[in-house]
Ligand binder design. Structure first.
Ligand code: NAD
Ligand code: MG
Length: 297
């Protein structure tokens, strides 16, 4: 069976996809993505690396968050999944896959751009899982805008609320529950270092996430809590077809990377598992780049 441990040519592990132009309203569904993304449903093999851990993953219904939630479940963790109410269909699929792996999975739909909801999310996760030791701040908003004059005040604020403020609100609410050995993982992006001209708001939130991660990692070190980030390159997810990119760019998505292809969410999950597990016990304040070979600082 092909799984994440199979040795093959990374440039050919997945076909170079040339997706048809397509558009979905925000937040977009994995169920409607063409071609479907690989979340590791048929390939991720758990080896007990997160046995007994209790995880909260935001944006866990689709894309990178879904692949991560599924991998956590297969590694033996119980998982609380955060997503928007419109994504119930995608979330139920991931919940069923985690349950099939023998883990507990609870869905907590709601809008994390609301600080009240962020606090309720953590409360429900802690009560539903009977504790918390892994937090993955992965939810994100990316909507391109060609000209700064067309980037509305509302969008600028909403991108920051979703990508940066929610990470602060959720982490702050989670901290009283996180003991030594707990880990926090934030999803940043290659956009933090190599920003596109049409993603001024989004790219700058991702730079903020990197600095937030490295600052907090130092602050929480003495409590035995590790804080790290994962910086994906171009990954085939619903974010990209719900105004994350202009449609004409979708057809060659990811082909400018050294590997010549887009990444799949399944290829991100092992990075989150590594940072969540005790294997990374001496790693904190790190940004792990998973981007098909593009240079980073
Ligand atoms: P995705 O659309 O599958 O996941 C994003 C999720 O964010 C959505 O599923 C949704 O549940 C959640 N979300 C957005 N706004 C929300 C809100 N107001 N309240 C609650 N949840 C909300 O796409 P993805 O690409 O897997 O994105 C996951 C993370 O990866 C994001 O932080 C994104 O910025 C980052 N990222 C993606 C890429 C890429 O190429 N796909 C590259 C670098 C970084
Ligand atoms: Mg989604």
């Amino acid at each position: 069976m092909i799984d994440q441990y199979s040795f093959d040519d990374p440039t050919k592990r997945y076909q170079r996809i040339a997706p048809p132009e397509q558009h979905q309203p925000e937040p977009g569904l994995d169920a409607d993505l063409e071609p479907r993304a690989d979340l590791g449903e048929h390939s991720y093999r758990g080896t007990g690396r997160l046995l007994g851990r209790k995880a909260l993953v935001t944006g866990a219904d689709s894309g990178i968050g879904a692949a991560t939630a599924l991998a956590f479940g297969r590694e033996g963790a119980d998982v609380a999944l955060s997503y928007l109410p419109a994504e119930q269909e995608d979330a139920e699929r991931i919940i069923a896959l985690i349950e099939a792996a023998g883990g507990k999975a609870i869905g907590i739909p709601g809008d994390i751009s609301d600080p009240e909801f962020c606090r309720r999310l953590v409360h429900e996760a802690v009560h539903g899982l009977d504790g918390l030791d892994l937090l993955v701040n992965n939810a994100g908003k990316q909507v391109y805008s060609e000209r700064l004059e067309d980037l509305s005040d509302e969008q600028f604020e909403q991108t920051y609320r979703t990508n940066v403020f929610a990470m602060f609100w959720i982490t702050k609410a989670a901290l009283p529950h996180l003991g030594p050995g707990s880990t926090i993982i934030n999803t940043t992006s290659i956009q933090a270092y190599n920003p596109s001209p049409i993603l001024v708001d989004y790219a700058s939130t991702k730079a903020a996430i990197n600095a937030f991660t490295k600052s907090l990692a130092q602050q929480l070190a003495e409590r035995g809590i590790r804080v790290n980030a994962v910086a994906p390159g171009p990954i085939w997810t619903p974010l990209q077809v719900s105004d994350g990119q202009p449609q004409e760019k979708i057809v060659a998505f990811g082909q400018a990377t050294p590997f010549g292809r887009a990444g799949q969410p399944a290829e991100l999950a092992p990075a989150y598992v590594f940072l969540a597990s005790a294997e990374s016990s001496y790693v904190s304040g790190e940004t792990l780049n998973v981007n098909g070979g593009s240079p980073t600082p």
